[in-house]
Design a protein around this ligand. Structure first.
Ligand code: FPP
Length: 243
């Protein structure tokens, strides 16, 4: 990473990066491999890239690993993703303790078998001493998250909801909104990911398939991010007060 970009990150200019990890299937297809092999490779790259983001000083990293719609995939593919996920959890604590990364799962855990659910809760608890965050969206859907947040706020006694009531009850409560959302494999859509939180995110799309994603690709996304003028609906300083 170049010094200017590294300094801009260190100054707090990019606190939260999120990835829509797309293209595992296409990566496998062009190599004559099975989709499950694509996901296996995708999981390795997920570990490498999420740890790299923490290393370069991005405090919050979020990945979209399994959506509420992904249950519609063939049973064999869903099982393979569950196995990869479960295996990841089994080895994550040792690895993440070394890197001082805290795991937070975004999504509804109640659908998972009790043993897996307990492993998820235990990993969240045991890694909670670290302050770099890796959010893993697994069985996650943005619309459902917003509805759940509203219902939680109502349950807590609110009768007239504010933005803070909703933000404070999302899976990402306490986490700043993503500054940058990266989607691989050439698709340009949000696919029900972080719908509320993405209000002012910058988007970066690349044709690179997720299993081919490198640290240099992350650097390129960061460089592009710092070229953007973020206005949050206002005018830039040099245009304020003009006609
Ligand atoms: C989209 O690619 C990717 C997914 C639905 C799964 C993403 C999962 C990983 C990268 C592994 C994560 C693993 C852990 C342990 C968290 P696709 O299958 O839709 O690809 P295609 O569009 O090319 O078919």
């Amino acid at each position: 990473m170049d010094v200017k970009t590294a300094e801009a990150i260190a100054a707090g200019g990019l606190r939260h990066i999120a990835f829509i990890m797309d293209g595992n299937g296409r990566w496998a297809k062009v190599r004559g491999k099975t989709r499950n092999e694509g996901h296996r490779r995708g999981a390795e790259v997920f570990e490498k890239i999420s740890e790299y983001c923490a290393e370069i000083g991005i405090r919050y990293v979020t990945v979209y690993a399994f959506s509420t719609e992904n249950w519609k995939r063939p049973e064999s593919e869903v099982s393979a993703l569950m196995r990869l996920f479960s295996r990841y959890i089994d080895t994550a604590l040792a690895r993440l303790s070394e890197k001082k990364i805290r795991i937070v799962f975004l999504g509804d855990k109640s659908v998972f078998p009790e043993k897996l659910r307990q492993k998820m809760v235990s990993l969240e608890k045991r890694s909670s001493v670290y302050d770099r965050i890796l959010n893993i969206a697994f069985n996650y859907g943005g619309r459902a998250e917003i509805v759940t947040a509203c219902n939680m706020a109502i349950e807590k006694g609110a009768s007239f909801l504010t933005e803070d009531d909703i933000s404070g009850n999302l899976y990402t409560a306490g986490c700043p909104d993503p500054d940058l959302i990266v989607r691989t494999a050439g698709e340009m859509r949000l696919s029900n990911f972080l719908l509320w939180q993405a209000a002012y995110a910058e988007f970066y799309y690349t044709d690179t398939l997720w299993p081919d994603m490198t640290k240099e690709d992350v650097d390129a996304a960061c460089v592009e991010f710092f070229k953007r003028k973020r206005r949050f609906g206002a005018l830039p300083d040099d245009e304020k007060g003009g006609k």
